[in-house]
Design a protein around this ligand. Sequence first.
Ligand SMILES: Cc1ncc(COP(=O)(O)O)c(C=O)c1O
Length: 375
Amino acid sequence: MNRTGPTPARETLGRMAPYTPGKPIWEVREEYGLDRIVKLASNENPLGPSPLALAAITEMLSELHRYPDHRATALAEALAERLGVAPSQLVVANGADELITLLSEAYLDPGDEIVVPSPSFSEYEFGGLLMNADVVRVPLREGFAYEITDILASVTPRTKLLYLCSPNNPTGTYLSRNHLRHLTDALPERVLVVLDAAYAHFADAEDYTDGFELLREGRNIAILQTFSKIYGLAGVRAGYCAAPEAIVRALLQVKEPFNVNALAQTAAIAALRDDDHLAASRRCNAEGRRQLREGLAALGVPTTESQANFVLAEFGDDAQDLDRALLRRGVIVRSGKGWGLPRHLRISVGTGEENAFLLRVLREEMTALGRPCSS
Ligand SMILES: Cc1ncc(COP(=O)(O)O)c(C=O)c1O
């Protein structure tokens, strides 16, 4: 045997940082021996899944020996009816994450560029690097605002994908309808605009758009959506992309045949019908977001105005100490470090009671650090 070591993985893997998820509840419970854990780290729905989704899953358990529908036909049809698009304009996937990978696989050759306003969701870069494409980051402006002239100036003849996350993770800021329209007008046709609208259901600004009006007009836009956020189904994994048919065909060419499991398809169809759960989730978030922003302001902590189900809070020099202190007390939030924002923490909106718990623990820990609270 003439072996010098294990087979080397592709070189590009050396450039890719693994995704850092929010700490799981079981890990914090074990590490700190706590009974109560409040997880406000992954922008999940604090009300849980729709009861209709739970009932639908329970009913189909005896069918689990069957492969799932490879095109998630019933889910795509239910979505098409709700969204006013054709089923042929939809691809269902194992979460929006998978769609980002599929878009990367279908559209990126080595040396192509993706444009990513930053800070934003890390998976766009992951997909780009996976395909040996180059990532062009465009810093958001003051207050993490989108500036479309900066975005347009960063487009080159090599640009293939432009990612626009609106509302944006981790800032909660958004791109207005007029700006999105302007961008799709101004960009060359070879650039595909990917609007990640994972948090669209939480947005209430009048000039917010989830992009569907532009898709219905026939524009070159791919919209990503997920069942992990407002629909409360992060654990079963389902998301979809709505796009012109040619784009859908390209994504279907690279997708695994049975990418969306049967439980996810069933749960998503039921969740889509549950208007009460959707409305309650939206209400809970609007109230909780206000509660968090006001509560943090009372502690002297500024937050960025958010259209999502989380707030980005600027704690300054104490941010990392407070992140650890909160963990020790059983409250999981997300450090801004991964986004190059070490002075910030991103806090998901919980139930009213969870938000109040976080604010109480925060006040105690800030006081323990000798940091004065405003009131
Ligand atoms: C902006 C954004 N897009 C997509 C996703 C991934 O969604 P999914 O759970 O459907 O893969 C997330 C998850 O946090 C997100 O923040």
